[in-house]
Ligand binder design. Structure first.
Ligand SMILES: Nc1ncnc2c1ncn2[C@@H]1O[C@H](COP(=O)(O)OP(=O)(O)OP(=O)(O)O)[C@@H](O)[C@H]1O
Ligand SMILES: [Mg+2]
Length: 256
């Protein structure tokens, strides 16, 4: 651990999975375990398509929509914090124009990368481990769920995967869609959750995410994740942040 503190660079560990898979619960449990090992550990929850830029653009588009259609004011531009993140005007454009959709989804992807880097850099001098509740795999699944039916989101998915900080290790809490729905009756129905569960499983390898059974008791999952994190900390010295980014971009293949 002394080596780690001397290095003064945060290691990013990511938790992915369906809504209700147990990411936030694991964030807390794994944090407690790592802290018992003397590791200064932070947990951060990551909204997928919400950061100050996106909020600013949404607000402007919402105001523009109101001005353009004062008589047809629909309630609010966007939905809840996890609904499709578009104001009325943006939604109309995205739904009608492939170019607008492409640009909008690219903007969401770039904003997501910036959020990942901001969090990693913010914690780099104060913590040894940063546990991120949602990461690139979640963004990929969410972008596909929101926009995939209207066209490919492969380019944007590649952007997020290739340009985000490379985690020390990543975990996906694998639960059946029925379990996710029973744990959190939220905005998705069973069919939507089943589609997302399939995408998580299919893409876990591409994102170097380890699948962990999310249906066993929480303490058992946390023991397994903490053990894996400690093992990786002992064996791997991540390269400096800048070099890691360059290496990532150079070695990753662009989508065909
Ligand atoms: N392994 C588990 N076994 C049984 N119940 C669990 C398990 N993990 C989490 N839960 C319960 O499931 C519910 C959802 O858990 P949690 O909020 O951690 O999920 P989440 O992945 O963070 O969801 P979201 O993406 O919506 O934030 C909570 O009530 C939690 O107590
Ligand atoms: Mg959560």
């Amino acid at each position: 651990m002394a080596r780690m503190k001397a290095r003064r660079r945060v290691c990013v560990v990511t938790l992915s999975g369906l809504d209700g898979a147990g990411k936030s619960s694991q964030g807390r449990l794994v944090q407690a375990r790592l802290e018992q090992h003397g590791l200064r550990t932070a947990v951060a929850w990551l909204p997928i398509a919400f950061n100050p830029w996106i909020e600013g653009i949404r607000d402007s588009l919402k105001n523009a929509s109101r001005r353009l259609r004062p008589m047809r004011s629909s309630p609010g531009g966007s939905t809840s914090a996890d609904g499709e993140p578009e104001a009325d005007l943006a939604r109309a454009l995205v739904h009608r124009s492939a170019v607008a959709r492409h640009l909008w989804v690219t903007l969401l992807a770039v904003a997501n990368v910036v959020t990942h880097w901001r969090l990693a850099l913010t914690h780099s001098r104060t913590h040894d481990v940063l546990l991120l509740d949602r990461y690139s795999l979640d963004t990929a699944v969410r972008l596909a769920a929101w926009y995939g039916e209207r066209g490919s989101v492969r380019w944007q998915t590649w952007l997020v995967r290739a340009l985000s900080p490379r985690p020390l290790c990543s975990f996906m809490l694998d639960v059946a869609p029925e379990t996710a729905l029973a744990r959190k009756r939220d905005k998705w129905d069973l069919d939507e959750l089943a589609d997302q569960a399939r995408m998580y499983r299919e893409r876990a390898g591409e994102f170097e995410v380890m699948r962990v059974d999310g249906e066993v008791p929480p303490d058992q999952i946390a023991d397994r994740i903490a053990h894996e994190v400690l093992r990786n900390l002992g064996t791997r010295t991540p390269p400096a942040v800048g070099r890691r980014l360059v290496k990532r971009v150079l070695t990753d293949r662009a989508p065909e």
